[in-house]
Design a protein around this ligand. Sequence first.
Ligand code: KIV
Ligand code: NA
Length: 265
Amino acid sequence: VKRVTTNTLMKMKSTGTKISMITAYDFSFSKLFDKAGVDVLLVGDSASNVMAGHDSTVPITLEQMIYHAQCVVRGAKRSLIVVDLPFGTYQSNGDIALASAIRVMKETGAHSLKLEGGEEIADSIKRIVQAGIPVMGHLGLTPQSIYKFGTYTVRAKENDEAEKLKKDALALQEAGCFGIVLEKIPASLAKEVSESLSIPTIGIGAGRHCDGQVLVMHDMLGINSEFKPRFLRKYAALDEIITAAVGNYINDVKDNSFPNENESY
Ligand code: KIV
Ligand code: NA
């Protein structure tokens, strides 16, 4: 199998082929999603929420992200793997950002990184890209800044924030990013940004005009059924399937119908 690369994604943008991306945090799901043919696997710092049970992405550490990334790398043969640099590992300065970036690349075998923010981190992104590491940007609702925003609602509905986002997108492209995630912004703004850039945009809650889409696996598979924002399409109800399956197992254990003779040595 031929690996999807950052060049593949650039070509997909130029031919109008939409890019599919989904999060993964472990070996088994990575293997399934790779087999399904997803273009990009994101080892998201949403692991902090869906794997560790925190209520934000702020607490997850670089070591924990490295562990998740190592597991995902072992499962995928074709998908391009992007790893989030977690909060606190790149915002202070370019030296620290580059050191964090190098650790993830050396210790995981992943192919690229994602950092949240615009102009304020453009110099750090340049340093990382100059070291030979592909970087994806992330604008709009950037969950590492949740305590600045106060809520997880739609960003850049007002003109000043929309103007800043457009400038940030250009700064990220200029800094050498190979793509940008646009999270929870109006579809019209995402369309304008996508058309103004030569690099692909990947939307989540950003409408259909982005060059690709990303969803958190637990949300789209219905593992997390309480989370139902407007932008989410649920492709399965695994919560029901899993609860029913485990319920059946419990009943079989209780009434001594599992294991039967064929299931015994
Ligand atoms: O961590 C994550 O899951 C993400 C996606 C929502 C883009 O950054
Ligand atoms: Na993230």
